[in-house]
Ligand binder design. Structure first.
Ligand code: HEM
Length: 215
């Protein structure tokens, strides 16, 4: 039987491709969008990580989700530095969540409060993605909009306290394999992971509508 880390990865593979090839992501990575679109996307991430990381504090001692909560993953402070760079010191004033972002952040908050195992699905979908494909996005962003390498504007993608992401991901997969959940609960986590991908794709769709390429 496949390990749980493999099950969750395989189950979300198709949706991963869908997210990766969404119009907004393709345009962003293709260098076809302005820095404003990137800033708007970064703002949406702020809402998602605000929900994830407010929940993290409370879940640190939870028997199921607790082992996943690691301070070296926390992204909110980096996002805030990026936003100050992208939008200026008054970045909070203009900050607004798209409806799809609000739905996503609300679901994360709901899981953090009522269902720690479901929170793991959201944790996995974001942080393991950031540690993987996030590095491709950072590289593109630096080249397209001229941010300093690993500097302000792309700090969200830089895990200063994780010098070896591959090793970290291996450790993370071991945590997934050892998750304290029975088979039915594991199935529910996988379903929540698929939901997490769908919530991300919905945000991309909304961003794509806000930043269409003039044909
Ligand atoms: C254009 C955008 C993206 C690119 C280029 C990309 C690329 C990648 C790559 C190269 C990996 C590494 C696979 C491996 O370890 O062998 C990965 C893993 C992952 N990505 Fe993405 N990705 C993108 C978008 C996303 C999005 C939007 C999400 C979800 C929010 C996501 C979630 C994940 C997750 C959870 C993993 C870990 C899979 C696992 O090993 O269990 N990715 N991605």
């Amino acid at each position: 039987m496949d390990s749980f880390a493999t099950v969750i990865r395989t189950a979300s593979h198709e949706q991963h491709m869908e997210a990766e090839t969404s119009t907004f992501m393709s345009d962003l990575l293709g260098g076809r969008l302005g820095v404003d679109a990137y800033a708007r996307y970064t703002e949406q991430l702020w809402f998602v990580y605000e929900a994830l990381e407010t929940g993290a504090e409370r879940l640190a001692s939870d028997p199921v989700a607790g082992p996943f909560i690691r301070p070296e993953l926390l992204r909110l402070a980096s996002l805030e530095r990026d936003l100050a760079h992208l939008r200026g010191p008054e970045w909070r004033t203009g900050l607004s969540a798209l409806p799809a972002t609000r739905v996503y952040a609300d679901r994360v908050r709901e899981c953090a409060e009522d269902w720690p195992a479901g929170y793991i699905a959201h944790h996995y979908t974001r942080y393991l993605g950031d540690l993987s494909g996030g590095q491709i996005i950072r590289d593109k962003a630096e080249k397209t909009w001229g941010f300093a390498r690993k500097g302000d504007g792309v700090r969200f993608y830089v895990f200063e306290e994780i010098p070896n992401p591959a090793a970290f991901k291996r450790g993370y997969r071991e945590l997934l394999d050892g998750v304290r959940a029975d088979d039915l609960e594991k199935q529910r986590i996988v379903a929540e992971c698929k939901k997490a991908f769908a919530l991300n794709t919905a945000v991309f769709r909304a961003l794509g509508e806000e930043f269409p390429l003039s044909a």
